[in-house]
Design a protein around this ligand. Structure first.
Ligand SMILES: *Cc1c(COP(=O)(O)O)cnc(C)c1O
Length: 419
């Protein structure tokens, strides 16, 4: 059945994603099943999306009820869940004044953020044409977000892109300061870089970026699309002392959200902090047909309410710490960059080559990901040597144990096959 579906895929679907690893038919909790009935533990959660796992009753109920009640109305009208979600996000961010704009994806949220930066410039006579982004950053695939994304392989096939973007080395505050002046409209930063392999910055970096932005009147925009909604153990990464290096949150002027926010329902958001930034967009300057519709916002509300009522942030911290410690103890692991249930595992390739073994062509980590699938685990590689885990936030220690037990064998078998 799987073979057949993959063949049909190849005849009917775009080639842009390559060949899918599997065809999946069902999910429940942290598990999914393929078309042949094989079960996998999902350590990726649809790339940090399925915060409550698969088919969570709270999501099923919210979505079903809302579909029966009022599904879509356009932004010519508003609805209870839309306003409720906006209020809740502001409260979670700990801000009394602010504003939410809802879109349908991460990249759209960042398009809005980019346009916010341009509005900030235009509000000052167009004197701020520059936007600073970081090397290794990932902000999305539409033209504006792509212009903020570092990887040349992603950008170059689509140039020319919107202009004015300057990249600086990630985590190097002096390099950033060297580019900072009063022509900078905004600096956009992932508090921890997700697609780059869960990569963090030197202690204090985010505070220093905040300071540099304040000094020069530039907006600080945090892309919390992957790091937000509990992924690191706090609602947002900018509130996580492990990320910021300070007990107080490092507040941005705006943040973007998506992935975990809808628990699987496509939704994105731009949240602006404070009155001035929230007034940069005036009526008619931006828009969306679907964004913020009752279906999406009711589902997102249910996700946030469940994270709170089930004390899931606590689970993220305890299971995250356990997972990190167990992974650290494995000889095949060089380092783990762990932020709650978001972990970048650096495989120890030197230990392998030191034994006179060859590394697999195409990179160890991608081959380990394929082998893990045989073993019944969905994991991910961000480069040749880095594995990324971003499981549902509800995963338990019992559910992570099997992967920890099997990972050494998975790596050993992968290496053996290459030799
Ligand atoms: C996934 C991601 C995006 C893009 O989100 P899409 O919904 O795929 O458009 C942007 N920024 C970060 C940090 C992401 O992880």
């Amino acid at each position: 059945m799987t073979e057949n579906l993959l063949e049909r895929y190849q005849r009917s679907m775009t080639n842009m994603f390559g060949t899918p690893a599997q065809a999946l038919v069902k999910g429940e909790g942290v598990y999914v099943w393929d078309a042949d009935g094989k079960r996998y533990t999902d350590f990726l959660a649809g790339i940090a999306v399925n915060a409550l796992g698969h088919a969570h009753p709270a999501i099923v109920e919210a979505l079903t009820e809302q579909a029966k009640t009022l599904g879509h109305i356009s932004n010519l009208f508003t609805s209870l869940p839309q306003v409720g979600l906006a209020e809740r996000l502001l409260a979670m961010a700990g801000i009394s004044e602010g504003a939410a704009f809802f879109a349908n994806s991460g990249t759209e949220a960042n398009e809005a953020a980019f346009k916010l930066a341009r509005r900030h410039s235009h509000a000052q006579g167009g004197s701020r044409p520059k936007v600073i982004a970081l090397q290794n950053a990932f902000h999305g695939r539409t033209m504006g977000a792509l212009a903020l994304t570092w990887k040349p392989q992603y950008r170059e096939p689509f140039e020319p892109l919107p202009g004015g973007v300057v990249f600086v080395p990630a985590g190097d505050i002096e390099a950033l300061k060297a580019q900072m002046d009063d022509t900078v409209a905004a600096v956009i930063v992932e508090p921890v870089q997700g697609e780059a392999g869960v990569r963090d910055f030197p202690p204090g970096y985010l505070q220093q970026v905040r300071q540099a932005c304040t000094e020069h009147g530039a907006l600080l925009i945090f892309d919390e699309i992957q790091s937000g909604i509990g992924r690191t153990g706090t609602w947002f990464a900018f509130q996580n002392p492990q990320v910021t290096g300070t007990a107080d949150p490092v507040l941005p002027d705006a943040m973007t959200l998506a992935k975990g926010l809808g628990g699987g329902m496509p939704i994105g958001a731009l949240v602006t902090f404070g009155k001035d930034v929230s007034e940069l967009f005036t009526a008619g300057q931006h828009g969306t047909t679907f964004g913020g519709n009752p279906l999406a916002t009711a589902t997102a509300l249910a996700v946030l309410e469940t994270i709170e009522s089930d004390n899931i942030l606590h689970n993220v911290r305890t299971v995250g710490t356990y997972l990190e410690q167990q992974l650290h103890a494995l000889p095949i692991v060089k380092t783990v960059r762990a932020y709650g249930l978001w972990q970048g595992i650096e495989l120890d390739t030197e230990a392998i080559t030191a034994q006179g073994m060859r590394l697999p062509e195409g990179g160890l980590a991608p081959k380990v990901v394929a082998k893990a699938l045989d073993y019944g685990y969905i994991i991910n590689a961000t480069d040749q040597t880095t594995l990324r885990l971003a499981p549902p936030l509800i995963i338990t220690t019992e559910q992570v144990d099997p992967l920890i037990q099997d990972l050494p064998n998975i790596v050993a078998e992968t290496v053996a096959e290459a030799n």
